[in-house]
Design a protein around this ligand. Structure first.
Ligand SMILES: NC(=O)c1ccc[n+]([C@@H]2O[C@H](COP(=O)([O-])OP(=O)(O)OC[C@H]3O[C@@H](n4cnc5c(N)ncnc54)[C@H](OP(=O)(O)O)[C@@H]3O)[C@@H](O)[C@H]2O)c1
Length: 207
């Protein structure tokens, strides 16, 4: 069981929060709109709590479930309140035509988060390649990237508590390519697959 704080009150916050509760984790919701945070905590049911925006999260894992352009400013705003936490960035920084990344350089929102995170915080990218409703109903593989082995292990344990398979793609610089995989997922939805009822997954040959 993990102690999770979710910063955000939208669709992904609701879906991850519900799966986290079902997996036996404790969940705290924090939002810039306190009434939305309270409403989501209430909807998640017994055991979900509400924290105040910008204060120290109760959870050891802090999942930032905000639109991509709010993620780095929010982490900077929390500042030292996130010291020692594992910060999980789930964002997809799509460009305006959904066929590229919003940032031109070979970076990622997760790497930019790491630059503003306080000392002792560790950043992990996860969940961004999975559509919300697939996460809600399905058993998708969840790709993760990060530089700190202990932080990745705690995120992997959390993902396993949801009944899902975590797959480590490497260090935090690989978050750039996970964000690219998010773009690929949208491309598949618009072209080869033709709908959004799927997730990228790994098939291994039998040994
Ligand atoms: N939906 C999916 O299928 C999916 C899948 C994988 C990853 N993701 C990623 O998950 C993240 C959340 O997506 P979502 O579907 O949950 O979006 P959403 O339902 O639109 O919720 C967005 C949340 O971000 C907050 N927010 C937006 N701009 C902000 C800012 N500048 N500062 C602080 N808070 C801000 C909103 O707060 P207010 O309500 O106060 O505006 C809301 O809580 C995104 O980065 C998205 O790329 C989504």
């Amino acid at each position: 069981m993990s102690k999770i704080s979710i910063i955000g009150t939208g669709n992904m916050a609701r879906t991850i929060g519900a799966r986290a509760m079902a997996g036996g984790n404790t969940v705290e919701i924090m939002g810039r709109d306190q009434s939305k945070a309270a409403g989501l905590a209430k909807a998640l049911g017994d055991g979900a709590t509400t924290g105040e925006w910008g204060t120290t999260p109760a959870g050891d894992l802090v999942i930032v479930a905000l639109l991509y352009n709010g993620v780095v400013p929010a982490v900077a705003h929390y500042g030292d309140a996130l010291a020692g936490k594992v910060i999980v960035d789930i964002s997809n920084p799509f460009n305006s035509t959904f066929d590229g990344l919003a940032h031109g350089e070979e970076t990622s929102i997760a790497q930019e988060v790491a630059k503003v995170a306080p000392a002792g915080a560790r950043v992990v990218k996860a969940f961004n390649t999975v559509f919300r409703h697939v996460l809600e109903k399905g058993r998708p593989d969840v790709f993760i990237a990060g530089d700190d082995a202990e932080a990745k292990a705690s995120v992997e344990a959390f993902i396993e508590s949801l009944g899902l398979r975590p797959l480590d793609v490497g260090g935090l610089k690989m978050a750039h390519w996970l964000e690219g995989a998010g773009v690929v997922t949208v491309g598949l939805a618009n072209h080869g697959v033709g709908n959004v009822d799927f997730a990228l997954s790994i098939t291994e040959l039998p040994v």
